[in-house]
Design a protein around this ligand. Structure first.
Ligand SMILES: [Zn+2]
Length: 416
């Protein structure tokens, strides 16, 4: 079980990863010269060094002198970074990005970024050289789809597994001894039908047992269970209450899927995309609904950078709500009379300049910081939980558009 503090740290780590990914996505190389390496935690560092050395010598065949030099420089830089690690990478692995990126006016800058211990394990070693960095696998890890149980079945075969984020993990399978519809000669039709029903019932029980063993211990961590298969098998299985009663409530959808082998688990996830997208924003939706309720009925809500920050410092914020799409900096100004004030600006824009609203004097910039990091730091000091809210639903969009991407649900009314 993860604690709230653990979740907050995880959210913060995810935010930091997302920020680096966005920065990396903006880079471009003039040739095929940006190198990305994904290293799983069970891969020996010495193997990776050998691979990079090999690529370095093969790069000598690159025709363009500039690209050749750039690729070799990137590989040398990666080798330098690998020296900081022991035999194996840290938990979940490492991703290294390195290359000469365009910095405008025909100039290039050498960029090297190392991300260790990503939010989910890296599945396989990947070497990628292109005019862009490869960030998609990391982006997939940051999706909040969470954990879902998967069941596919017909009367002959069943598979159960997990959907973790965007990754399907087959776990167990079973096949049945249910006889076909054709009875053998000499058997009475009635007896045959009864035996067949018994065999089906036994098989459903076996499948349910498999699912119960796997899912019951995780039921509080799961976003739901998806069930797939042909009709009427999956309906029979669900209507027959074979699953543990606490799992029955977790079934969020049943889907027509033709295959019930491992590939059926993937088909099931494809078929369930809409339900999964809904589930992804469901927690965010309930946070925003609570916020709007408090906003309309009383004073236990705050929004906008200034008021939310004040409330945070007072310790009155129960939950800080930040839009996932917020990309702003806060610029801190101080006037000659010692008044400290803040301006929120788009991350890509320069400093706007500021006249003190109290005395009208021209103020001087003393600091500039990412809004999210600025607010999260205060929240952590005050024991306030931070929730990131997606913009993939109406009220999430409103948080971004109408409230500057920052709001708070208060513990008590403060009048700020
Ligand atoms: Zn002033």
């Amino acid at each position: 079980m993860s604690t709230d503090a653990g979740d907050a740290n995880e959210d913060r780590r995810k935010y930091e990863f997302r920020k680096v990914i966005e920065e990396l996505d903006d880079y471009e190389g003039s040739g095929t010269q940006l190198v990305t390496i994904y290293i799983p935690d069970d891969k020996q560092i010495s193997d990776v060094v050998a691979h990079v050395t090999q690529e370095h010598s093969e790069a000598s065949n690159i025709k363009s002198k500039q690209t050749r030099t750039n690729v070799q420089d990137a590989l040398t830089s990666i080798k330098d970074r690998l020296r900081y690690y022991d035999t194996f990478p840290p938990d979940n692995g490492i991703v290294i990005f390195s290359g000469a990126v365009n910095s405008g006016g025909g100039q290039t800058d050498m960029v090297t970024r190392v991300l260790d211990s990503p939010p989910e394990p890296i599945q396989s070693f990947r070497y990628h050289c292109d005019s862009n960095f490869l960030t998609q696998p990391l982006e997939d890890m940051l999706s909040d789809k969470g954990l879902f149980g998967l069941i596919v079945l017909d009367r002959r075969e069943a598979n159960v597994g997990w959907l973790r984020g965007k990754r399907v993990e087959p776990v167990k399978s079973a096949s049945s001894l249910v006889p076909g519809k054709q009875r053998k000669g000499g058997q009475s039709a009635q007896r045959f039908a009864r035996l067949r029903l018994e065999a089906i019932d036994n098989f459903y029980q076996e499948v349910a047992g498999m699912a119960n063993d796997l899912f019951v211990p995780e039921r509080h961590e799961m976003g739901g269970i998806l069930v797939g298969g042909p009709s009427p098998t999956k309906d029979e299985f669900l209507d027959g209450d074979y699953l543990h009663h606490e799992l029955g409530d977790l079934v969020v959808g049943k889907f027509d899927v033709s295959y019930t082998d491992e590939s059926g688990l993937y088909d099931l996830v494809d078929a369930a995309q809409e339900v999964l997208a809904d589930q992804e924003v469901m927690k965010d939706k309930s946070q925003m609904e609570e916020f709007f309720e408090k906003l309309h009925t009383g004073e236990q809500a705050t929004y906008g950078f200034g008021p939310t920050r004040k409330n945070l410092i007072m310790g009155s914020v129960d939950r800080l709500l930040l839009s996932e799409d917020l990309r702003s900096d806060v610029v801190v100004y101080e006037c000659p009379n010692g008044h400290e004030e803040y301006e929120v600006v788009d991350r890509r824009h320069g400093d706007p300049g500021h006249d003190c609203t109290e005395c009208g004097e021209e103020a001087e910039k003393t600091d500039r910081e990412d809004v999210i990091e600025h607010l999260m730091e205060i929240a952590e000091q005050r024991g306030t939980e931070t929730k990131f809210i997606s913009t993939d639903f109406e009220k999430g969009e409103q948080l971004y558009d109408a409230f500057g991407g920052v709001a708070g649900i208060l513990r008590y009314s403060t009048g700020v």
